[in-house]
Design a binder for this molecule. Structure first.
Ligand SMILES: Cc1cc2nc3c(=O)[nH]c(=O)nc-3n(C[C@H](O)[C@H](O)[C@H](O)COP(=O)(O)OP(=O)(O)OC[C@H]3O[C@@H](n4cnc5c(N)ncnc54)[C@H](O)[C@@H]3O)c2cc1C
Length: 406
């Protein structure tokens, strides 16, 4: 390991760590990212829905809402420049009974207070005109036109690749095991940095403990999906949300950027931090729910599971510890893709304001174009000759030539 002292060391190469690396290297910070796994983007970030939320139902005055909105204002030029598949397909939050219909007005009021002013309540006949294959019986819906889907795996990979082009270093198979006096002990030797940023997802609390800080406890929350083949893609145009509860957005019916239809995710508190196998009983429930919403769906072709890094708090846990050169970016439980560039901006602001740390070299804000092509195996992409494994099931299902039946 070199004796360089980096401006910043980032622990964790999920969507959050990669977005932070992308933004800091653009600003001119010298950065190194340590990822315990052989690949980036294979923790929590490999088991999500790939939605870019607007924050229409995020808690008002939360850091989460602030980051999502900041990300919304920055992300679309980046997606275009990196040629990342995305679609602003919009979402319908559908009420199936009078109680839910009543709640739609409160939800619309909430989104307006959050300055998302282009939502509308649509009538039963309008929903069925927009989504003719949807089961009958929808009473009304809140329409949120800017909700989008994206290939979030590719987004993280492109963030990381862009940062590498700007001289940032990424160390795979590099687990951070200790921290003392601005020095990280890792399975690949010593790393020194002025500020260390903990973006360790499901291990955020145990990585914080390496620095002797503790502000939250990870409470893993599983989400399971059921995946349908592309032959059904014409049946659905937007995302179909249920009316949310205090605890969850509920299971959503949506189409991926690669035209698979998905139902999920569930929200189940679990003990283990590693993703369990999909449960067959839950798969059956999700299949039934999807088919009851979209009766034209055939057999599902697969399923997958993700685990959210929930904590005892609802909001993101981003905290500065200037005395020890440590910044925690934790508890990014269910909107890490949607908030990614806002979180990265928040981290940049914290480096300047809390740590008084300016970039040690000149940055360039200009975005380099990235061209990628899918590998032949439906599980990798190639960018400028570099191979990146693509672990996310949305990518893998989307690129399989012949889809297996369950
Ligand atoms: C079911 C589900 C659905 C979701 N849907 C959406 C959605 O539609 N839209 C959205 O915006 N968000 C969604 N999310 C949330 C989003 O996926 C997360 O907020 C995001 O992936 C968290 O990213 P992260 O970088 O914090 O964590 P991770 O992706 O887990 O990255 C952390 C990394 O740190 C590494 N690490 C841990 N410990 C160490 C160590 N000691 N040394 C080195 N490396 C270490 C891990 O290996 C891992 O790669 C969903 C999440 C789930 C589970």
């Amino acid at each position: 390991m070199s004796s360089d002292i980096y401006d910043v060391a980032i622990i964790g190469g999920g969507i959050v760590g990669c977005a932070v690396l992308f933004e800091l290297s653009r600003q001119g910070y010298s950065c190194i990212l340590c990822e315990a796994n052989a690949n980036i983007m294979c923790g929590v970030s490999a088991g999500n829905s790939g939605m870019l939320h607007t924050g229409f139902d995020a808690p008002l005055s939360s850091l989460e809402l602030q980051c999502i909105q900041q990300c919304q204002s920055k992300i679309f030029p980046v997606l275009k420049r990196f040629d990342i598949p995305f679609e602003k397909c919009g979402a319908h939050v559908v009420a199936w009974n009078a109680g839910e219909k009543e709640k739609l007005y409160g939800l619309q009021q909430h989104s307006e207070t959050a300055l998302i002013s282009n939502t509308s309540i649509v009538s039963s006949s309008d929903i069925h005109k927009r989504e003719p294959s949807l089961a009958t019986g929808a009473l009304a819906a809140l329409y949120v036109p800017d909700e989008a889907i994206v290939d979030s795996n590719l987004l993280g990979v492109c963030f990381a690749h862009h940062a590498k082009q700007q001289k940032s270093k990424i160390l795979p198979n590099c687990e951070v095991t200790g921290f003392r006096e601005k020095t990280l002990t890792t399975t690949q030797g010593i790393v020194k940095a002025t500020v260390t940023i903990n973006c360790a997802g499901l291990y955020g609390d145990s990585v914080d403990a390496l620095a002797g800080v503790q502000s939250f406890e990870i409470k893993p929350r599983k989400g399971q999906y059921c995946v349908f083949g592309k032959e059904a893609s014409h049946l659905l145009h937007s995302m179909i949300f249920p009316v949310p509860t205090d605890r969850t957005k509920g299971t959503v019916l949506f189409r991926s950027v690669y035209n698979n239809i998905l139902m999920g995710p569930t929200a189940e508190d679990i003990q283990s931090r590693s993703p369990p196998k999909p449960e067959i009983e839950i798969h059956k429930v999700l299949t039934g729910r999807a088919r009851s919403l979209l009766p034209g769906l055939y057999q599902p072709i697969g399923s997958y599971v993700g685990v959210r890094p929930a904590t005892q708090w609802k909001d993101y846990q981003i905290k500065s510890y200037p005395k020890i050169g440590w910044l925690t970016v934790g508890g990014i439980r269910s909107t890490g893709v949607s908030g990614s560039l806002g979180i990265a901006q928040h981290v940049c602001d914290s480096l300047r304001m809390d740590f008084d740390l300016e970039p040690s070299r000149g940055g360039t804000k200009s975005l380099r174009k990235i061209s990628w092509k899918a590998g032949v195996d439906a599980a990798s992409v190639i960018i400028d000759g570099c191979h990146y494994d693509m672990v996310h099931p949305i990518f893998q299902f989307g690129h399989q030539k012949e889809q297996s039946k369950l």
